[in-house]
Ligand binder design. Structure first.
Ligand SMILES: NC(=O)c1ccc[n+]([C@@H]2O[C@H](COP(=O)([O-])OP(=O)(O)OC[C@H]3O[C@@H](n4cnc5c(N)ncnc54)[C@H](OP(=O)(O)O)[C@@H]3O)[C@@H](O)[C@H]2O)c1
Length: 350
């Protein structure tokens, strides 16, 4: 199969580098264009980028010239966005207006009523918003987004329980330092410490969870009819966000019913065999001390969300632990899976 050329907006940054790495040898996509700020534009990617990831910079991209983030004739139809949030709104809109499909990891458009906030295993049908988006905005292109990194782990942990009627959720995170980008949290602040504040994170987790688990209603999403409360903490872990969750379910169920729901959870990306879809999407572990970020974050090439410790909660009914790789499942890997879904649904031309 001929590969689809793709671009990366913000390719020189931390998340941009993850896109570059994950797209190397991708069976469907091939990087043909990289964009960044005017500090980098005109330079070779290898000279503009301080490569922070394990392994070498892919040679196929190292020699590319970084472009300005403007939708000119060179930019491919499909662009991934890892733009700095301070500039993502206008730049992503300019590309969508010019006819590009923007698959964004930035927070800027996630909560817009006509923009899909996708977790392909949970709400692939929310792609139905794109028609209304194009009509309302008069765009030839489109924008789809993936959630905040901690929200992906939480929603994947909740999705198998949705058929039982989710009515209240209290989630506490232990979030890895890599989620703060580079150089992130100062070592003097985080080593041997816990920081019980991540700006804007609790609000994002609460709102995004309700949208992702909500229902498509024509040109908008009806949010999940459940209260969601999040406590977000930064901990001295390198990769992998752990979330402890208490949940109230409408149905009378047993622990065996819920564990069976995790074990039998299957979804569209796995049924379609999308290249980045992990099997299983959600892995329930029986061990009483799992999941753990060091041991479980890389399951399914970093795309599987691991769940464990399902037990009764004396306050809300049930409680469990879930964990996902924040820079893979929670960032570049999530966006690439979104694009694979969109391509397979005919929403992006090959
Ligand atoms: N870090 C994470 O784990 C993580 C996780 C989930 C989501 N996110 C989100 O992903 C996005 C990128 O985060 P990051 O950590 O990768 O940030 P970063 O390392 O600071 O990279 C930002 C990128 O945006 C480019 N940029 C900055 N100003 C620009 C401008 N005026 N015009 C065009 N390009 C510009 C930068 O180019 P130059 O190199 O030329 O300056 C760079 O490529 C943010 O929206 C962030 O919230 C991050």
């Amino acid at each position: 199969m001929k590969k689809t050329p793709v671009g990366v907006l913000g390719a020189t940054g931390m998340v941009g580098q993850s896109f570059v790495r994950f797209l190397e040898n991708h069976p469907w996509f091939e990087i043909a264009w990289v964009g960044a700020s005017d500090r980098s534009a005109g330079k070779l990617y290898k000279d503009a980028t301080n490569w922070r990831l394990e392994g070498s910079m892919p040679a196929s991209v190292a020699g590319m010239t970084v472009a300005e983030c403007v939708p000119d004739a060179q930019a491919p139809e499909l662009v991934f966005s890892a733009m700095d949030a301070s500039v993502a709104t206008e730049i992503e809109r300019a590309f969508a207006a010019a006819g590009q499909t923007v698959v964004s990891n930035s927070r800027n458009h996630r909560m817009e009523s006509d923009v899909p906030l996708l977790v392909p295993e949970i709400n692939a049908d929310h792609l139905g918003l794109l028609k209304a988006q194009k009509l309302r905005r008069g765009w030839k292109g489109q924008i789809a987004t993936n959630p905040n990194c901690s929200t992906v782990a939480l929603t994947m942990g909740l999705a198998p329980l949705k058929p039982f009627g989710i009515r209240a959720v209290v989630a506490s995170t232990m979030q890895a330092i890599s989620g703060a980008g580079y150089p992130g949290v100062a070592s003097m602040d985080i080593l041997g410490n816990v920081i019980p504040f991540i700006g804007g994170e609790e609000e994002k987790m609460q709102q995004e969870t309700q949208k992702i688990l909500g229902t498509l209603a024509g040109d908008h999403i009806e949010p999940l009819a459940s209260h969601v409360s999040a406590h977000c903490n930064r901990v001295p872990v390198v990769d992998g966000h752990t979330v402890t969750v208490s949940v109230t379910l409408e149905s009378q169920v047993t622990a065996q019913d819920l564990i069976a729901a995790y074990r039998t959870f299957t979804a569209l990306p796995q049924q379609k065999g999308l290249p980045s879809a992990p099997v299983p999407a959600v892995l329930y572990l029986d061990e009483e001390n799992r999941p753990q970020p060091r041991r479980d974050a890389m399951r399914g090439n970093g795309m599987t969300v691991t769940v464990g410790r399902l037990r009764a909660c004396p306050v809300l009914g049930w409680k469990f632990v879930c964990m996902g790789h924040n820079t893979i499942r929670g960032a570049a890997g999530a966006a690439i899976l979104n694009a694979e879904l969109m391509l397979s649904e005919g929403l992006i031309s090959r």
